[in-house]
Design a protein around this ligand. Structure first.
Ligand code: SF4
Ligand code: SF4
Ligand code: SF4
Length: 262
């Protein structure tokens, strides 16, 4: 199975196949803490225009342990079954000459995001610092981004498989977009798209990161590097100068900010 087929199997079809269930979940659980209770959030500001945040993932160091996937889930308290950073598998050749590679796949935070252009209610924002995020307050669940993204990144949250409200996991708030998001409570809603935010809630008031993204911080193989692509002497540009690299689906023309070292 190659990368494209894996995308189809693990992301696209499984997500789109759930869309019919959306109508059944009106009123299901996803509470937004009232605005007055939310901390002021630099993450929802313009960010630091001098930065171009990006990621360089070393395919030679990735061991497919999926610690990055788990760290992302733990950090963002994503609902059961939802992964912002699956590790996709590419298999080429025929037995016994089979070759396999693993591709951790966060959002690519594209320069020209197909998701953004597809959104009929302008709920997707691209900041000058490269970060593309879905404003969950504005998303009306039209799901255009789910099919428009060449990487199968946005996930429609139909509240499938949510734990009961009295489950401690349901009561843990997610810090996404610098807010506290619960899946329980009177104001809960469902039926909107979600995705990797480059952990923008870890930015400080200046739009810089106080610590790396959760996936980079946790990576067992030290394969994920997160930083500023604008810094010519920074870690990312140094790696890209000294190693061969690729980006996924260049032909889609979206300009991904995630590079893979070969
Ligand atoms: S944690 Fe690191 S080594 Fe493990 S699957 Fe993710 S990128 Fe690969
Ligand atoms: S990878 Fe997909 S969801 Fe992420 S910015 Fe690009 S088009 Fe949008
Ligand atoms: S950057 Fe943050 S949100 Fe994106 S995949 Fe990594 S841990 Fe998840």
């Amino acid at each position: 199975m190659n990368y494209e087929e894996e995308i189809e199997r693990r992301e696209w079809l499984s997500q789109v196949g759930k869309l019919a269930a959306a109508a059944a979940v009106a009123g299901a659980a996803w509470e937004i803490v009232p605005a007055g209770a939310q901390a002021a959030t630099p993450a929802l500001g313009p960010g630091n225009p001098k930065r171009k945040w990006g990621m360089v993932i070393d395919l030679q160091r990735c061991v497919r342990c999926e610690a990055c996937t788990a760290a992302c889930k733990a950090e963002n308290k994503t609902p059961p079954g939802m992964k912002y950073n699956p590790v996709l598998v590419e298999e080429t050749g025929k037995y016994p000459a089979v070759k396999m590679r693993w591709f951790p796949r966060p959002c690519m935070h594209c320069a020209d995001p197909a998701c953004l252009k597809s959104c009929p209610v302008n709920a997707i924002v691209k900041r000058p610092d490269n970060i593309v995020f879905i404003d969950y307050d504005q998303c009306e669940g039209k799901q255009k981004c789910v099919t428009a993204c060449p990487y199968g990144v946005p996930i429609f949250d139909a509240a499938d498989n949510y734990y009961p409200e009295d489950n401690p996991v349901s009561q843990m708030p997610s810090p996404e977009l610098g807010k506290k998001w619960y899946r329980v409570g009177d104001d809960a809603r469902a039926g909107f798209s979600r995705k990797c935010t480059f952990c923008m809630h870890r930015q400080d008031a200046n739009g810089d990161y106080t610590e790396p993204t959760a996936c980079a911080q946790t990576c067992t193989g030290k394969a994920i590097h997160f930083g500023d692509l604008n810094d010519p002497e920074g870690e990312l540009q140094t790696l890209l100068r000294t190693r061969k690299s690729m980006r996924l689906k260049e032909e889609a023309g979206t300009g991904p900010s995630v590079y893979y070292l070969l």
